[in-house]
Design a protein around this ligand. Structure first.
Ligand code: CAA
Length: 284
C-alpha cells in the first residue's frame, strides 16, 4: 500500500511538496486553514501538471492517478495514519510550533518534519513531546524541479528518524543531504549573503539591477541573477530568513539591506505581488 503523508500549509512550498509526493505514488493529505486556500493549492498543482502534459511529459492517465492521490482537508484528524507530517506554514516559530502541537496530538506519525528555511530545528522541536521523531526537511523552490532536500538533524532527532527521513526523500525521487542544525543550514548560509550583497551593490549604484543579474547569470552560470531570484523566492521570505539567521549569529552579512527592508514594508514582495526589484505581469 502507498505510504500516506500529511503536508500542512497549501502555499508555494506545500503545494510543490504535495505534488512531488503524489507524483511519486504517495497518498497525500494537504491540510489548510480555509477551503479557499486549499482549492487554490489544488488548482496550482493541476495547472502545473497540465503544463507538463502539454509538453508531452505526463499523460492524462498519470495526471488523474496523481490527482487521485491528493486529499484536501481542514481537519488534522484526516492525517491520522500518515507515515510523515511535513509542515510548510509561514516562517514564524510560534505558528509552526502550534501546528506541531496539533499534528502530534491528532496524527501520530513516525516522522514530524518542518520545511523551515532558517529556524533552528531544536527550537521548533520543543513544541512536541517526542522530539526523537522531529527533523528538518528543507525543500527548494520550485519543488517539482529541484532535486536536493536538506535533512536537518535536531539535537534530539533519533538515528531511526534520520534514516527513515533519508529513505522517504529518496522514495519521492529527491536527493537527501544530511546537515546539522546550523543557522541557515547550508543553502541559506551561502545564498542569503549573496542576495544581500547584490542588493547592497544596487544601493551603492555599482551597476543596474539588470547589470548585476546579467553578470551573475552569464558570468557565474546561475539560472537566475540574484535580484531576480530574490523576487522569485519572495522578498518577505528573504528578509525573514536573513532576520532569523542574523538574530542567531549577529553576523553582519545576514543583516537585511536597507533597500530590502523598504521594499518589504512597501508591500513589494517580488513576483507574487507583481513588483519587487522588477515589475511582473500578475501571475497565479
Ligand atoms: N513548478 C513546477 N515546475 C516548474 C516551475 C514551477 N514553479 N517553474 C518551472 N518549472 C519547470 C518547467 O515546467 C520546466 O520543466 P521541463 O524542463 O520538464 O519542461 C523546467 O522547470 C524549466 O522551466 P522553464 O523552461 O519554464 O524556465 P527556466 O529554464 O528558466 O527554469 C527555473 C525555471 C527552474 C525556476 C530556473 O530558473 C531555476 O532553476 N532558477 C533558480 C531556482 C532556485 O535557485 N531555487 C532555489 C531557491 S532557494 C530556496 O528555495 C530555498 C530557500 O529556503 C529560500
Amino acid at each position: 500500500m502507498a505510504k500516506k503523508i500529511t503536508v500542512i500549509g497549501p502555499g508555494t512550498m506545500g503545494t510543490g511538496i504535495a505534488q512531488a509526493f503524489i507524483t511519486a505514488g504517495f497518498e497525500v493529505v494537504l491540510i489548510g486553514r480555509s477551503e479557499e486556500s486549499l482549492q487554490r493549492g489544488m488548482a496550482i498543482i493541476k495547472a502545473r501538471m497540465d503544463k507538463a502534459a502539454a509538453k508531452g511529459k505526463l499523460s492524462q492517465q498519470e495526471i488523474s492517478s496523481a490527482m487521485g492521490n491528493l486529499k484536501l482537508s481542514a481537519n488534522y484528524d484526516d492525517g491520522r495514519g500518515s507515515y510523515a507530517v511535513i509542515e510548510t506554514v509561514s516562517e514564524m516559530a510560534e505558528t509552526k510550533m502550534e501546528v506541531f502541537k496539533l499534528a502530534e496530538e491528532h496524527i501520530h506519525s513516525e516522522i514530524l518534519a518542518t520545511n523551515t528555511s532558517s529556524i533552528p530545528i531544536s527550537k521548533l522541536s520543543e513544541a512536541v513531546k517526542d522530539r526523537s521523531r522531529f527533523i528538518g526537511l528543507h525543500f527548494f523552490n520550485p519543488v517539482p524541479v529541484m532535486k536536493p532536500v536538506e535533512v536537518i538533524l535536531g539535537k534530539d532527532t533519533s538515528k531511526a528518524t534520520a534514516e527513515a527521513a533519508l529513505r522517504l526523500i529518496e522514495e519521492c525521487g529527491k536527493v537527501p543531504i544530511e546537515v546539522i542544525d546550523y543557522p541557515g543550514f547550508v543553502a541559506n548560509s551561502v545564498l542569503m549573503p549573496m542576495l544581500n550583497e547584490a542588493i547592497i551593490l544596487l544601493e551603492k549604484g555599482v551597476s543596474t539591477k539588470e547589470g548585476i543579474d546579467t553578470i551573475i547569470k552569464l558570468g557565474l552560470n546561475h539560472p537566475m541573477g540574484p535580484l531576480e531570484l530574490a523576487d522569485y523566492i519572495g522578498l518577505d521570505v528573504c528578509k525573514d530568513i536573513m532576520d532569523s539567521i542574523y538574530n542567531e549569529t549577529h553576523d553582519m552579512k545576514f543583516k537585511p539591506a536597507e533597500m530590502l527592508i523598504q521594499l518589504v514594508s512597501a508591500g513589494k514582495l517580488g513576483r507574487k505581488t507583481g513588483e519587487g526589484f522588477y515589475l511582473y505581469k500578475q501571475e497565479r
